[in-house]
Ligand binder design. Structure first.
Ligand code: GUN
Ligand code: FE
Length: 426
């Protein structure tokens, strides 16, 4: 491979650890073949003759990772915020997802989704499609063509679902296998096994999906303990199981050998929290959604303190925005409420912790992503915050804070994924 060396100059900010920002004023990032080679204050001699991409006085930060969202719910963003989870699914979500039987509709919505992800500075997603394989393939191909990284799931639903959005067990498994087979060599946009949640999947389907996950060495994503009505329902469907997490675990869909991410995890009991940790299951924290669909507040600081892997998910359209900036703010606000009114034991999320979740925390699901340490993929945003900072806000951490709380997509002037400039071509 030819050496592809790029050097970027600017104010570099990232989180190697959760507790603090690494800040390099007027620093350099050396990127070799798409990966970080060096981050430094003074450029080593060996690179002094190379061309420098100059972003002086701009912030260079890791780009955002959306660890949980529903592509087909993009049209519903900002709509239907008057119900909690189960009636919300039946009233708004399932009818919208049923439309993805129509390939042309899927193309339109998924193209708009990709544009919006790009605008918001999200370069990697772990995303649900629908039960429709063909529409989900369109989503895969759009991500691939436009340079994003993603895990994309064809959703599985073979019980307790409306006529318009249900499959037979056999069809669900065979369509999933075709999907896995088709993309098994993909390097950047990869398939992920996606049982919607326990109420939508029979035991036979879950067992079959676990076999496929093992056969093709692919990860799993689903929902866990989001809402009390949902949890009660799972209890009634699986009286034999100790708890919700055990249902997934008993059907081979809960971490261990199989990389797994569970969205929400709002109401897990102590046994389940121990299982998350022991089985290495990632938690996708979806604070905007948890507030909108009034599911509750997830004990995220507790999970982090226990060493559970956590990232942030927009969970559109339970979440009302693809903006990970807004999700970061929402995560901090939610943790304050939890700290003050529920349990003060673990403290509340700091800015660096919430930023870490949105970058390195979720990035870990992809490997070395979301930080500017040596060997990490160069996935980055260049932020021109001149429209929002005043001369009084010169400190770089304050500039980042202001961007997070009051910035918008127009401050993001460049996006990079895998070391390449990301430009939506569709
Ligand atoms: N649980 C099962 N399906 C969904 C969904 O589409 N959104 C959310 N927020 N929770 C779910
Ligand atoms: Fe979700």
């Amino acid at each position: 491979m030819d050496k592809d060396l790029k050097i970027f100059k600017g104010h570099v900010i990232f989180t190697k650890t959760q507790d603090k920002f690494e800040v390099i004023e007027d620093g350099y990032i050396v990127v070799l073949n798409g990966k970080i080679k060096d981050v430094c204050k003074v450029l080593p001699k060996e690179f002094c003759n190379n061309e420098i991409v100059d972003y002086t006085n701009k912030l260079i930060i890791p780009s955002f990772i959306d660890l949980h969202l529903h592509g087909p719910q993009f049209e519903n963003v900002g709509l239907g915020m008057d119900k909690e989870l189960l009636p919300w699914l039946n009233t708004y979500t399932f009818p919208e997802e049923a439309k993805f039987k129509d390939i042309d509709y899927a193309k339109k919505v998924y193209s708009n989704l990709i544009k919006s992800l790009w605008e918001n500075g999200t370069t990697r997603c772990v995303i649900f499609g629908t039960i429709h394989r063909k529409a989900t393939e369109i989503l895969m191909e759009l991500f691939e063509k436009n340079g994003f990284g993603a895990y994309v799931g064809k959703v599985n639903m073979d019980r307790n679902s409306p006529e318009i959005l249900i499959e037979s067990t056999e069809e669900s498994l065979s369509e999933t296998e075709i999907f896995l087979e088709k993309y098994k060599e993909n390097k950047r946009v990869k398939p992920i096994i996606t049982p919607r949640f326990v109420p939508s999947c029979t035991p036979d389907l879950m067992l079959g999906l676990s076999s496929l996950a093992k056969k093709y060495s692919v990860p799993v994503q689903s929902h866990l303990s989001e809402n009390n009505g949902e949890i009660e329902w799972v209890k009634n469907l699986h009286v034999e199981s100790k708890n919700y997490s055990s249902v997934y675990d008993e059907h081979g869909l809960f971490g261990g050998q199989i990389k797994t991410v569970m969205a929400h995890c709002v109401h897990n009991d102590e046994d389940e929290i121990k299982m998350l940790k022991d089985k290495g299951v990632f938690v996708a924290h979806c604070p905007t959604s948890n507030l909108n669909v009034y599911s509750g507040i997830a004990p995220i600081k507790k999970y982090m303190s226990l060493g559970i892997d956590v990232g942030i998910g927009s969970d559109i359209s339970g979440g009302h925005t693809l903006s990970i900036l807004e999700c970061i703010v929402s995560a901090i606000q939610s943790s304050k409420m939890y700290f003050k009114y529920v349990d003060s034991k673990y403290g509340m999320l700091s800015l660096s912790e919430a930023f870490y979740l949105a970058t390195k925390g979720g990035g870990k699901f992809f490997g070395n992503v979301g930080s500017f340490e040596e060997g990490y993929d160069f996935d980055a945003l260049v932020v021109d915050d001149s429209s929002i900072y005043s001369v009084l806000n010169k400190n770089l951490e304050q500039r980042l804070e202001k961007f997070i709380y009051s910035g918008n997509t127009s401050c993001i002037i460049k996006r990079f994924a895998y070391g390449k400039l990301l430009e939506v071509i569709l």
